[in-house]
Design a protein around this ligand. Structure first.
Ligand code: ZN
Length: 225
């Protein structure tokens, strides 16, 4: 019996309002700059610590044989996963497991800058976790950064991933996602939703940047006050 089945994870994400499906009629801009017909926003789940703990436990359980000594995540939504992930791996494996995150850097990308975080990666086996993998843009940067810092990436795990995300596509030996959520992604100049004037969501993802550049394009806000 898995700690949490995919159907339960998807239902929980849906109940909390994290999933925006293509049929909802919205349109998003992701970190990569691509436009998407769906989105997963982990924020509404983050206040529910017990739920997030179980989700993370269900993910890291798939990596317990690999001897990870550190868990790293991209900031900011993934930060609690670094803490729950290291906590549960310690319980499963018995040895000390550290939890760190890569901060967002300016003008783009990620950096490991906090005191003690680089040492937590160097010459250690590292599991990379993420809340949601959309276009693999952020997660690939964190994989590269971990290797650059001397860490050995043993695998990648995520709560949600779009179809098409795989170990091969990520360039790692093992990938596990708790739930799969399917939607389309396009380069901005090829976006089918722009052609249909589907409203751009401006309070999740990077739709606000698109709105600044295209002031006449219809926009919508979806975060509940
Ligand atoms: Zn578009």
């Amino acid at each position: 019996m898995p700690i949490m089945a995919e159907s339960e994870a998807l239902q929980a994400l849906k109940d909390k309002g994290s999933l925006y499906a293509p049929e909802d009629g919205y349109h998003f801009k992701g970190t990569s700059g691509k436009h998407t017909s769906g989105y997963c926003n982990i924020d509404p789940v983050l206040p529910f610590s017990s739920l997030l703990s179980r989700m993370t436990e269900a993910i890291v359980d798939n990596f317990k044989e690999l001897g990870a000594q550190t868990v790293i995540v991209p900031a900011t939504g993934g930060i609690p996963l670094s803490q729950w992930g290291s906590h549960h791996l310690e319980k499963l494996n018995g040895g000390e497991v550290l939890g760190v995150w890569a901060d967002k850097a300016k003008p783009g990308g990620f950096a490991v800058e906090r005191d003690g975080f680089a040492e937590a990666l160097k010459d250690r086996k590292v599991l990379v976790l993420e809340d949601i993998i959309n276009t693999m843009f952020s997660i690939k940067q964190v994989i590269e950064l971990t290797r650059h810092r001397g860490g050995e990436v043993v695998g990648v795990g995520s709560v949600v991933a779009n179809t098409g995300v795989s170990a091969e596509a990520l360039g790692v030996d093992k990938f596990f996602n708790l739930a799969t959520f399917a939607y389309d992604a396009w380069e901005e100049d090829e976006c089918e939703l722009c052609a249909k004037k589907v409203p751009m969501v401006i309070d999740i993802g990077h739709g606000n940047k698109f709105a600044e550049q295209h002031p006449d394009y219809p926009t919508v806000q979806v975060i509940k006050a």
